[in-house]
Design a protein around this ligand. Sequence first.
Ligand code: GDP
Ligand code: MN
Length: 386
Amino acid sequence: MKIHEYQGKELFRKYKVPVPRGILIHDKSEAAAAAREIGTTPVVVKAQIHAGGRGKGGGVKLAKSPEEAEQHAGKIIGMTLVTHQTGPEGRLVKKVLIEEGMDIVRELYLSLILDRETSQVMIMASEAGGMEIEEVAEATPEKIIIERIDPVIGVKPYLARKIAFALNLEGEVFKQAIPFIINLYQCFVKEDLSMLEINPLVVTGDNRLLALDAKIDIDDNALGRHPDLQEMRDLDEEDPNEIEASKYRLNYIQLDGNIGCMVNGAGLAMATMDIVKHSGGEPANFLDVGGGANEEMIENAFRILLSDNKVKAIFINIFGGILRCDILAAGVVAAARKLSVKVPVVIRMEGTNMEEGHRILNESDINFIVGNGMKDAAKKVVQAIK
Ligand code: GDP
Ligand code: MN
């Protein structure tokens, strides 16, 4: 689960990681008062959405007066912010953070992520902050410092000093960097994060080290033990179909193509997407209804697929094991009867109670295309779109 910058900074404060002072507002009428309360000139007005690249997209603006802060807030709240991470459709901004403006001398980069290859937390740091780390990695990989953390030892001062040296920090700022890095690691581990990125990490004119940005991803599997983090969930930032699917415990991820896929089992779902691609099609989603899906779940899954107007055909690929083919067929027929199905539906179904499943499909008044095996079904669904 992703959280907003302002929420990430609240977490940082809890772990004594320095951040600028800021006030979150939802309406431009609150901007001037917030700017006055912060009291610095300038203040920064920052769009709060779950995507990076806000600066370049016009979602981060400096204001030299409370009046200017109000003007910027008025433009940013309600705008559809397009960044390289939002996709062309952009994201509607509903709140902004009014923040203390910093006198920035240096912009650095610091992040922690889980390195799955070594099963360790990895710290990445770079002097080239303020730009996309992917670009730095591409053009000047030598500018990225990587340290992996032994989970038993954690981040000891020597390791934090090594990173601070590599960032060419000096004097007071160097000293501040040691607890900064140690506390950040504590935050990462104790809050069960899977990603934490500070870009930029700044050195100010008055020799302070601060996190100017905060991008955080929390491990969903650990949310159960963090009720305070659960409260930070912002449904406005999530795909409506994914929210709907999570209500029915369906494993659904939206993709860019136009073939809606309904499959049982993650392995079969992956294989289905492969074969759709191989046959020249593009899957619109990943959907694993799970081994123990019942008729109601099938119906909901089918409804979610149909509600996506990018979907031009549906491919149902089920191996009847625990989920029997007759249950699947009954669920699909029930859903199709309630909803108007205007797109072709290709079904490939094999396994337990297959004959009964086919009988239910044949006796219904809905026009299904039956595939003989995965390859044939994938071919048919791609043809159906043409
Ligand atoms: P992102 O574009 O979504 O990553 O948003 P950031 O929070 O990183 O802000 C983008 C850029 O705005 C930063 O890289 C800074 O250059 C600039 N910025 C943000 N806050 C301040 C500030 O307090 N003072 C100044 N001078 N620039 C700021
Ligand atoms: Mn940033």
